[in-house]
Design a protein around this ligand. Sequence first.
Ligand SMILES: [Zn+2]
Length: 284
Amino acid sequence: MTLNELLAGSSATVAFTGAGISTESGIPDFRSPGGVWTRYDPRDFTFARYVESEEVRTRAWAMRREFWASDPQPNPAHLALARLEARGRLLGVVTQNIDGLHQAAGSRTVIELHGRSREVMCIGASPRTGTPDGCGFSAPTSWAFERVDAGEADPRCPTCAGIVKSATVSFGQNLHPGLLDRAADLLGQADLVLAIGSSMQVYPAAGLPMIAVERGVPLVICNAEPTPLDDVATLTVDGKAGEVLSAAVDAVLGGATATPRPRSWGDPRRRRRPSPHRRASPGP
Ligand SMILES: [Zn+2]
């Protein structure tokens, strides 16, 4: 079976994406030469060290500022998945990425296993190891940048004076079980899984596509390097994700289709999010 044939036969595709889908947007993987990660290694910013050290938090804000200065934009791979969803053929995206580019492309159902770097959240004054314990305050990351620019090296929660951290999952921080459950539910409904740009090596996220495979659902893998799941994949596809997906989605949807209207990043001012999902979502 070809990718086009598999896509044409699917009405409930689920995409599982990793860092490789965003490299065409200029976001390098951790170990790639060049860019932000040659001077900052996110593995230095473990959850425990972030909680303990104001110096680590100050460096983390500088890293985040530099990361967003390049203003990365969604690429054709993100856009192709959003088009499939808009046409009712894709149930949603489960992503290991924190860059928000799926939503920027117009995707609506996006489960961000490792959180979101466009947002910051209160994690409390002294959270227990690996688990945020904040008051519920969250805001766009621009809120924190404004505070840093105003001279606060380590901006604190305006509600409870707790530590503020980007709403991503740091090394040493627990994934929120509710997110894994939602991802598993989605993959349980899939009739085709597209795994794009994931090395399939970071668990427990990488185990999610197996939920579908074990039900006999076809798995397509598009990644620059071989993955441990290649042996169980129905198809492995070489090439750049943007080109591969654009061509396949064009073929299945019958040529160029209107791109969904991208979402804005929202009001840059502070906002509170009472939704349990957001409040519970783990933080960088
Ligand atoms: Zn707070």
